[in-house]
Design a protein around this ligand. Structure first.
Ligand code: SF4
Length: 265
């Protein structure tokens, strides 16, 4: 559901690779956009200083880093042998990607720079535009596809401008059928029907990363008292446990430290 009034502000970035550990650095995040048109209500990025200081609300603006592929090309020596996580603070396949193709061009640079492996994190069907590139990528690559619920009513409330649930499931199935490794990112878990959800993910993903909603000063929903009460309730803890059980029963549950370290968005 594209945003009707998205402010697009082209920007020239100073750098595009952010070290995640080290020294020595073994992992970098890469975000071709700043801000995000998906506007998820729980997104921790809305608490970053540049989002807090932006005059528009979270989800109403995006800044394409128009020089991102160029900067990345100049940083090839950093990429060699390192792990790269694309989309830690934005969705790399949000709708403006059709106009700018920054993610596609950055992936092209990555492919020629011999990273150890690449994770592309998205919740958008636009990732299919690059399916051929992803399928034939020279280094190990997987798509970490965000799908925190099976219920589109929940999606409408908490991820108002993100693709519908059935669109995401279809996208995941198509990626998987092409031989692209798909990790379902169920993080943070939202209200769902656990057995049904696990059954849907079994078809659509190779494995699953899960995480529950954890309130910190970075949680976007913190100001919503009712939401906080739900996510801190025994009812929610039961839902998390039941979902874990159903995913295990479906032979799917996998927790991966690398996603956990990058947080859930
Ligand atoms: S959670 Fe991801 S897709 Fe949603 S607004 Fe934040 S960065 Fe965008």
């Amino acid at each position: 559901m594209a945003h009707a009034h998205l402010e697009v502000e082209e920007t020239a970035a100073r750098s595009v690779l952010m070290p995640q550990d080290g020294p020595p650095v073994t992992r970098y995040t890469l975000n071709p956009y700043m801000g995000c048109g998906m506007g998820c209500a729980y997104c921790y990025v809305m608490k970053y200083h540049y989002a807090v200081e932006h005059p528009l609300p979270w989800g109403a603006w995006v800044q394409p880093k128009t020089n991102a592929p160029y900067l990345l090309g100049r940083a090839r020596d950093k990429i060699w042998g390192r792990r790269i996580f694309v989309g830690s603070a934005t969705d790399p396949y949000q709708y403006v990607e059709r106009q700018y193709r920054l993610t596609r061009r950055c992936l092209g640079v990555l492919e020629d720079s011999n990273p150890k492996d690449v994770v592309v994190h998205t919740r958008s069907h636009l990732v299919l535009d690059d399916a051929k590139l992803l399928r034939t990528f020279k280094s190990p690559l997987r798509v970490c596809f965000s799908i925190p619920t099976d219920d589109d009513r929940v999606r409408r409330k908490l991820e108002p401008h993100a693709p519908r649930i059935h669109v995401r499931l279809n996208t995941m199935r198509r990626l998987k059928s092409m031989g692209i490794h798909v990790t379902a990112a169920v993080a943070p878990l939202l209200h769902c029907e656990p057995a049904r959800f696990a059954g849907l993910l079994k078809d659509a993903a190779d494995d699953v990363y899960t995480g529950s909603m954890r309130y910190t000063d970075k949680t976007g929903l913190q100001t919503t008292g009712r939401a906080r009460a739900y996510f801190e309730s025994a009812r929610y803890r039961d839902l998390v446990a039941e979902t874990d059980r159903c995913l295990d029963a479906a032979g799917l549950k996998t927790n991966r430290d690398d996603e956990r370290d990058f947080g859930s968005r």
